[in-house]
Design a protein around this ligand. Structure first.
Ligand code: SF4
Ligand code: SF4
Length: 134
């Protein structure tokens, strides 16, 4: 007998809600800037992002307190996103270069490096203030 095993699944799918979250708008606006202006003016509704799961590797974070400039993090970073100046005991993390592998967070003996839940990091300037952590 001729069978179409996909038919029940396709029919069921027709009545399911889409699994994707239409962030930031239900329909792609022609201009995001104008869309955000409308949101600010209360003329459009922003679809909020979903809560990211535990263990999500977002933008890299750095807390300089207690950092010994040991440079273990820079040694394991495959993207050369970390610069350590051992004389001045300073660390610079270039979030725009980071590939979010998390290796530096595992090797840091002082837990100065951590992965945040932030994922909206698109920028036209990878050296802007918020993308260079010191
Ligand atoms: S591994 Fe940790 S303590 Fe060492 S330089 Fe990097 S951030 Fe600082
Ligand atoms: S998460 Fe990976 S790529 Fe990003 S700074 Fe740390 S080691 Fe480098």
């Amino acid at each position: 007998m001729f069978r179409l095993p996909m038919v029940p699944r396709v029919l069921k799918q027709l009545f399911n809600k889409p699994a994707t979250n239409p962030f930031p708008a239900r329909h792609l606006p022609k201009s995001i800037t104008r869309f955000l202006e409308k949101v600010a003016a209360g003329k459009a509704e922003l679809v909020l992002p979903l809560e990211v799961p535990e263990g999500f590797r977002g933008k890299i974070g750095y807390n300089p307190e207690g950092c010994t400039a040991c440079s273990l993090c820079a040694r394991v970073c495959p993207a050369n996103a970390i610069e350590v100046n051992r004389e001045e005991k300073t660390v610079t993390v270039y979030a725009g270069h980071c590939i979010q592998c998390g290796q530096c967070t595992e090797v840091c003996p002082k837990n100065n490096l951590f992965m945040t839940k932030e994922f909206l990091t698109a920028t036209t300037d990878r050296y802007s203030e918020e993308m260079v952590l010191t």
